[in-house]
Write a protein that binds this ligand. Structure first.
Ligand SMILES: [Zn+2]
Ligand SMILES: [Zn+2]
Ligand SMILES: [Zn+2]
Length: 374
């Protein structure tokens, strides 16, 4: 994999990855200096505000109001621009660029408001990147060849590693919002990466529970879950050599699925070469099964859960990816209403065992390139 780093006219970095050499996992080229990034938006217009009631941060980002909203194909900012001054400078295979409307940035402005002992305030420092899965505007991740998804796994790994080296970054969050149903404003196949200056609350809860389980039983919570699910079988969607794909026992969304590595590892950077390919194959098979359910391009949130990057030890944690599709049926959406939003109490009006069965019936074998020996 070769990384070509350039700057867009407004100073943001643009990374183009090519895979012309036979060994894709051998990385050449160089990453940009993120610390040099120009500030986006006005000074005194964004900050992190502490919520002392829940003990968590919320970010204000006024400049995101002007975001591009569902442009037509000819005006897609992620397609190669034919006009002078367009966002994408040239052809690409997989690309990463600094988000044009970041909620967190390497050189944030001064907060808009003064802090107090009751209300701590911090500059909204972090990194927000966009990952372009393909130059083809029309194709979704599910429709990309498995080789292309493998390239994406390599790019995710590279970004996780580079961002984790930044002093102010404590957590690298890789995710995708897909579909208008969950508020996506651009159709071009893309995901995002947020590098937070703290460990976000949901991950902190998982870390706390995993630590508690390890201290109590001596084993990894996720390894125990995998063992239980493999023995039980009712919630398994499919397995491959390196990953188990299943609807969790405690699913909050009807079609929630987790992809968990069979080996006890803590981040995407711990995957070996075979596991990287098996992850690409698992993603491809799951996304095709999702699309096959109702014959629609299935909307979802995809989030990667892995260890924080604050250099502490998290050997009790375990790498996995979670999918939350907002669909209840072909026509019905699940909304986050009073109980979910106000009490944090999810009501799933379906049984995980039957939803796993529906998905299992849609899984088709992924044809792997002949060069991938297993
Ligand atoms: Zn496009
Ligand atoms: Zn484990
Ligand atoms: Zn998780």
């Amino acid at each position: 994999m070769n990384i070509r780093s350039t700057r867009l006219p407004d100073g943001r970095y643009f990374l183009s990855y090519d895979f012309l050499e036979p060994d894709w996992s051998f990385v050449t080229g160089s990453n940009p200096s993120i610390e040099d990034s120009p500030r986006v938006g006005q000074d005194r217009s964004s900050e992190l505000r502490w919520n002392p009631v829940l003990g968590e941060w919320v970010v204000t980002a006024v400049h995101r109001q002007d975001r591009t909203f569902l442009p037509s194909v000819g005006q897609c900012p992620f397609c190669r621009s034919t006009e002078e001054g367009g966002e994408i400078p040239g052809d690409y295979d997989v690309a990463v660029l600094a988000n044009r409307f970041p909620s967190l940035q390497p050189n944030p402005g001064t907060p808009s408001i003064e802090e107090s002992s009751l209300y701590p305030v911090r500059p909204s420092q972090g990194v927000c990147e966009v990952v372009l899965y393909s130059a083809d505007h029309q194709r979704t991740l599910a429709q990309l060849p498995v080789e292309q998804i493998y390239k994406l796994v390599l790019v995710w790994t590279s970004r996780y590693s580079q961002l984790s080296h930044l002093e102010f970054v404590k957590y690298v969050f890789i995710f995708e919002n897909k579909g208008e149903a969950i508020g996506v404003t651009l159709h071009h196949p893309h995901g995002q990466i947020y590098a937070y200056p703290f460990c976000p609350p949901r991950i902190s809860t998982e870390l706390m529970q995993s630590k508690f389980h390890r201290d109590k039983t001596g084993s990894c919570l996720f390894c125990d879950i995998l063992q239980h699910e493999m023995q039980d079988g009712r919630r398994i969607v499919f397995v491959n050599k390196s990953f188990v794909v299943f609807v969790p026992f405690y699913a909050r969304w009807p079609y929630e699925v987790h992809i968990t590595s069979r080996r006890h590892i803590q981040s995407i950077a711990d995957l070996d070469a075979a596991e990287q390919r098996h992850l690409a194959a698992a993603l491809k098979a799951l996304l095709e099964a999702y699309d096959g359910l109702f014959g629609i391009s299935f909307p979802y949130m995809m989030v990667m859960h892995q260890k924080p990057t604050d250099r502490e030890s998290y050997d009790y944690y375990h790498f996995h990816i979670e999918f939350y599709p907002p669909m209840r049926s072909a026509e019905k959406l699940k909304y986050l209403a009073g109980s979910e939003t106000g009490a944090g109490m999810f009501i799933n009006d379906s049984l995980p065992e039957s939803k796993a069965g529906e998905l299992r019936a849609k899984v088709r074998p992924v044809i792997l390139p002949s060069a991938w020996e297993n």
